[in-house]
Design a protein. Sequence first.
Length: 184
Amino acid sequence: MKKFFVALLVIVAAGLFAFSMEDLKLSFFGNYNFTVSVSSTPTTVEATAASYFDLGLDLTYPVAENMELGLGLGFAYLIDSTASPLFSVDATPSQAAVDLFAVFKYSVELDRESRIVIRGFGGASWPWEKIALDRFGWMFGAGVNYSKYFEDFIVGFGAGVEMRIYGKNSVISVPVGANFEINF
């Protein structure tokens, strides 16, 4: 099953590249996540200690007018090491996580140079200390960005909500950040 999942992922990624390099969009993002709620068993971690940075990239393809679908790869890093039990599916605490997720984007053009982008995402998240295909959590989220067009790229900023679940641990946060998009 693991080999099938990896092979399917490689085929989808190669298909996106081969289908049309002209329409692919590559977005880089970075956020500071203000944690608002934490549920942790058996340890207790304060929400203020569980804030984290995340960064990554989205590779999307337009499927309809103002709508894009794609894949994303991300990395999350807890600022305070005392919150490291939150990013754990077993007894091994981890201060970081690697994410692989699906992305949905819908944009509303405000004028020729700016737009509002609604972004939804969700997928698997592996604790960095012990990466194994059978030991993962889940991450989901949605956000809204204001984006400004420049000649060959787009710069934006926005906020949203994100949830991470690792076994009996969960984190709900408000990501605030920026994105940078390059169109091929």
